[in-house]
Design a protein around this ligand. Structure first.
Ligand code: PHE
Length: 448
């Protein structure tokens, strides 16, 4: 077995993969419903601030740790600092997050596959609004269908990761990402023609701070981690396949920009539909699955757009799920010297098993509550509100204080001269980001 590490073939291939990891269900499913439930514009504003002030600096920190360490999410802390450093616990927590997030992510990925399938077989057409809205409920009630699609989604994810970094992840992202952007572009242009378009724009972009609650602010901070794949080692792992000497700030800004763009466009498209049909923006997690079938069933060309849209979301979900799985695979293959194929299959089976708990949360296990949450909600809350923010704080502190000014100089490739950007990044990672995120964390823990 070879232990030589592969690398992305080009910087562009890396950016595609990183965007692939970042853009996912977080952008297309979670962001719109969170914005909808938190009153729109004010939530979006806080979210944008978080991406810029907390997300980008921590993204740079993770890229740096991975690229400099050239190892998996645990060993990179040792490689950049010292053997057996306690900071490597961040990596272990990241591994736990990878298992938990992927387990419920795959269940939602399964819903998307189910809806893709329904759209291909034209099942939304010719139905009443109530019938179209009812598809998700019917899926929720059927344990076998949900577990079945969850299995298909995990199989797809495992299949891509089995190919390795270059022949699996990179190759697939080169196909999936441009297709996704093209499809989203088409839907965006289409949304201009809807009567709810302007209302959608004002809902998302004119902040009404009176609608914002403390919980909403904290949700926005937590979501900025989830959407950029931060706080659990995915970006460290992807960064470790990056050759040394790449300017990291530009990469981080590009990925954050594209990720945000996708979320905002998805929001505009979804709320255009919502307002065109007089629906409720605060529909919660079912928003995407209830609004869009209604829209597609009414539109000319709705069949094609429905197929395009659900495939788009499926692509985005796969390109994110592979980055979650790779965190765990890279660790076991490198640190424990295990065979890549066997490890990938084994981890895939374990994650599938954990995910079954989430797939059953809407039916057989719906009455099983832990800290008043179903398994599905517990896994989502535990990772988004606790593990990712905690991981983010620790990574930020490790980068700002332990690796310090030298790391910042190398990340920005600005040479030795003092500059505002260096000072800004140093104090953001040392103080600003950790303090802001700690507030989220405290709230997250209090919610349990
Ligand atoms: N960023 C992904 C999304 O928005 C989810 C994700 C989280 C992926 C953490 C990897 C790591 O859907």
């Amino acid at each position: 077995m070879s232990t030589a590490r592969s690398h992305w073939s080009t910087r562009f291939a890396f950016i595609l993969a990183a965007v692939g990891s970042a853009v996912g269900l977080g952008n297309l499913w979670k962001f719109p419903y969170m914005a909808g439930a938190n009153g729109g514009g004010a939530f979006v504003l806080i979210y944008l601030l978080c991406i810029a002030a907390v997300g980008v600096p921590i993204f740079i920190a993770e890229l740096y740790i991975g690229q400099k360490g050239q190892k998996n999410a645990v060993a990179s802390f040792e490689a950049t600092h010292e053997k057996n450093t306690p900071w490597r616990c961040i990596g272990f927590m990241g591994l736990a997050s990878a298992f938990i997030i992927l387990s419920f992510y795959s269940v939602v990925g399964g819903w998307i596959l189910d809806f893709s399938f329904k759209s291909i077989f034209n099942q939304f057409a010719g139905k009443s609004d109530e019938e179209d809205k009812g598809f998700l409920g019917a899926l929720f009630e059927s344990p076998w269908t949900q577990v079945g699609w969850h299995f298909v989604f995990m199989t797809g994810t495992v299949g891509i990761v089995l190919g390795g970094v270059r022949n699996g992840i990179e190759k697939w992202n080169k196909i999936l990402m441009p297709t996704l952007f093209a499809l989203l572009g088409v839907l965006f242009i289409y949304s201009f023609t809807l009567s709810g378009f302007s209302q959608s724009i004002s809902f998302l972009f004119s902040p009404d701070t009176s609608k914002l609650t403390a919980a909403g602010v904290l949700e926005a901070v937590g979501h900025s981690f989830f959407t950029l794949s931060l706080g659990m080692g995915a970006i460290i792992t992807y960064g470790s396949y990056l050759k040394k000497k790449e300017g990291l700030a530009k990469i981080a800004i590009t990925v954050a920009f594209l990720d945000t763009l996708v979320a905002l466009i998805a929001g505009v498209v979804i709320f255009s539909v919502v307002f065109t049909h007089g629906m409720e923006p605060g529909g919660g997690p079912t928003l995407l699955f209830q609004t869009l079938p209604v829209l597609f069933s009414k539109m000319t060309g709705g069949y094609i757009l429905a197929v395009a849209f659900f495939l788009l979301v499926a692509f985005a979900a796969f390109s994110s799920s592979v980055s979650l799985l790779e965190v765990a695979v890279a660790y076991w293959v490198e640190t424990k010297k295990k065979d890549r194929v066997r490890t990938t299959l084994l981890i895939g089976i374990v994650i599938f098993g954990i995910g079954v708990l989430s797939a059953l949360s809407t039916n057989v296990l719906s009455d099983v509550k832990i800290f008043k949450f179903t398994f599905f909600d517990l896994f989502d809350k535990l990772t988004s509100s606790i593990f990712l923010p905690l991981g983010g704080v620790l990574i930020s502190l490790f980068y700002g204080w332990v690796l310090g000014p030298k790391a910042i100089e190398e990340s920005l490739s600005l040479g030795k001269k003092p500059s505002l950007m260096k000072i800004g990044l140093l104090w953001t990672t040392r103080v600003l980001a950790p303090v802001a995120v700690m507030i989220v964390l405290v709230k997250g823990v209090m919610d349990f």
